[in-house]
Design a protein. Sequence first.
Length: 195
Amino acid sequence: MMSKFVLACAVACAFAAPAGAQTAPAAAMPALQPASTDMLRAGTPVALTMREELTTKGKKLTVGQRFQMAVAQPVMVGTTTIIPAGTPAVGEVTAIRNKGMWGKSGRINARVLYLTVNGRQVRMSGQIDDKGTTGTAGVVAAIAVLPVAGFFTTGTSATVPLGAAVNGFIDEDVPVASAATPVAPLAVEALAGSQ
């Protein structure tokens, strides 16, 4: 009697599936190779280009103002493009000096903040610095002729033109999972006469 009970339990356990487990035909689920993880290292250079002009002309530029750039050349890890050309990037104006009297030229300082790729912001670093031409020679010449005239001589405005090249750098290590190539399931032909 006890041996029949043990035998019945053994048979029931052999055919029972674990709770919540689902089974599917092997051919319906293609096997994937494990994804390999590479790293985009901090300090990796990224060539950027300005998508808008920055200028002190008109005195409208403000400290803290954000501006748009784009990646000029794709960034690769091995043979895989990680950051394609055209990827948007953002910078911020950090200091401004407008042109002024006595030959003072305009100046713009800015920094690269981040780029956005596949919905993820990647921190970046990099500096933009443009200084207009000083009017020092004009001031000296004006003072020699008429001392008060030097006061009215100004330098030029600073301008970072549309399309200007900017050097940026990745500012953090970014793990990059390359897509795994799916392995096609084996095709098994039915043997003749086994229907």
